[in-house]
Design a binder for this molecule. Structure first.
Ligand SMILES: O=C(CO)[C@H](O)[C@H](O)COP(=O)(O)O
Length: 229
């Protein structure tokens, strides 16, 4: 598939985000993802709320919480919810079997909790995110700082190469006060097994591999929408 320029990619993100928002019903508790595509869905939800849609939301990051409040959406504490009716989030990569890599924006842990609680977890993407096998995008691994070196070495034991994520030359710190190691495992034959191996390492909060957590992926390609479920 030909590479998208920024305008085409934005148009695809917007089309997917608008399609996902149509699934939101009055009275729903809505999980709000993080990233540029999720932001477009939040903006649209904000418009609908102004027009009278009655929803409450849970945010997957501090920046999403601020954005939702800016758009007049009532936000509940994610940690107090035992279920979410519908969530809308982006992804860095996905396969037709609905396995994902997420966490490019660093919000993987809260996003994973949100997806786990969601009865209907919708992922919205442009066409650049669909892959045959996960792994061209590195796997974000959220790590308790104290365990950084140990986890880094364990990732090597699993056949990966880790890089500590930086932002503006400083170590990137997640909303939970942790580090992220971006781990390159090449193309991943068994994402479920890798996810479970990573999650078993002491000091790992979670990996950015999302397995069995997604209800549907809405992907926009040019003027077409494709739904994988
Ligand atoms: O997982 C994420 C943030 O942690 C994002 O959903 C993912 O990085 C995709 O972002 P975008 O919609 O900007 O391409």
């Amino acid at each position: 598939m030909a590479a998208l320029d920024k305008t085409e990619q934005h148009a695809e993100k917007l089309a997917a985000a608008l399609a996902a928002v149509k699934y939101v019903k009055d009275g729903d508790v809505v999980g709000l993802g993080t990233g540029s595509t999720a932001t477009l869905a939040i903006e649209e939800l904000g418009k609908r709320v102004k027009e009278g849609l009655n929803i409450t939301a849970a945010a997957s990051s501090i920046r999403t919480e601020k954005l939702a409040k800016f758009y007049g959406i009532k936000v509940l504490d994610l940690g107090l919810l035992s279920s979410i009716d519908i969530s809308i989030d982006g992804a860095d990569e996905f396969t037709e079997s609905l396995d994902l890599i997420k966490g490019g924006g660093g919000a993987l842990f809260r996003e994973k909790i949100m997806a786990t609680l969601s009865k209907n977890s919708i992922i919205v993407t442009d066409s650049s995110k669909k892959v045959k096998k996960l792994g061209a995008f590195t796997v974000p691994v959220e790590v308790i700082p104290l365990a950084y070196r140990y986890v880094f070495d364990q990732i090597i034991q699993l056949g990966g190469k880790g890089v500590l994520r930086k932002a503006d030359d400083q170590t990137f710190i997640t909303d939970n006060g942790n580090y992220i190691i971006d781990a390159d495992f090449g193309l991943i034959d068994n994402p479920a097994q890798l996810n479970s191996s990573l999650n078993q390492i002491n000091g790992v909060l979670t990996s950015g591999l999302f397995i069995g957590l997604t209800s549907k992926v809405i992907m926009s390609v040019g003027k077409e929408l494709i739904v994988f479920e």
